[in-house]
Design a protein around this ligand. Structure first.
Ligand code: TZP
Ligand code: MG
Length: 214
């Protein structure tokens, strides 16, 4: 897979008081974001589909990949570039059969064993986290912080690209990349920022700086 993943925005409208998801994505695209993932866990499928269509048009204009969280059907319906899957979703090979060989299929992992399994299943990239404590992902299970050590261990164990996710900001993004991540995925750092375009640029600069620290 040959796409840049330096800065990766995961949408979650519940974390933006000031703006709609469309406005956040528009600003992030203006700031040069590399990948957009439609997440929106709390939005009904019909709304998620309409939002996906809108984001598809915007990201296509900007030449930026759009990935849909969880829902292979919505990804197919809006001609998204791919999907992002986790433990609760369909397996990577099932999504691949639906989406075809060129689709970008990402997999959330939090351990080295999970990362190797995802690579074996031919995922295209990994979302590794939660790197730091975050309140953005509400689960029934206590969210555990895997830390930079696990990012480094995963980076050493697989050869597919990986983005760190969870509690990442412009202040710690360089450390995540220095530990071996190819980029950083964020919700709140961009979504809850006063200026999402500027926040995106700051993150990109931090990623660049992390790369020089390897
Ligand atoms: N997966 C692991 S942590 C997380 C997800 C979706 C939430 C990331 O949100 P934030 O606000 O960037 O910490
Ligand atoms: Mg999922």
């Amino acid at each position: 897979m040959n796409i840049s993943m330096d800065t990766y925005l995961v949408t979650q409208s519940t974390l933006s008081e000031a703006r709609s998801t469309v406005d956040v994505v528009s600003a992030a695209l203006e700031g040069g974001v590399d990948v957009v993932q439609l997440r929106e866990k709390n939005v009904p499928a019909c709304e998620r589909y309409h939002l996906a269509r809108e984001l598809r048009a915007m990201t296509a204009d900007a030449g930026v990949p759009l990935v849909v969280n969880d829902r292979v059907d919505i990804a197919v319906a809006v001609d998204a570039d791919g999907v992002h899957l986790g433990d609760d979703d369909v397996p990577v090979d099932v999504a691949r059969a639906q989406l075809g060989p060129d689709a970008i299929i990402g997999r959330s992992v939090s351990t080295v064993a999970g990362a190797k399994a995802a690579e074996d299943a031919e995922a295209d990239y990994l979302g590794v986290g939660a790197v730091f404590v975050t309140s953005s992902k509400q689960t029934t299970v206590e969210q555990t912080e895997i830390g930079l050590e696990t990012v480094e261990a995963v980076a050493n164990a697989v050869s597919i690209p990986l983005v760190g996710i969870g509690g990442i900001s412009a202040e710690n993004a360089a450390d995540v990349v220095a530990a071996g991540a190819d980029g950083v995925a964020v919700i709140s750092e961009i979504t809850a920022a006063n200026d999402p375009a500027a926040a995106t640029r700051r993150l990109a600069a931090a990623v660049e700086s992390g790369r020089t620290q390897r």
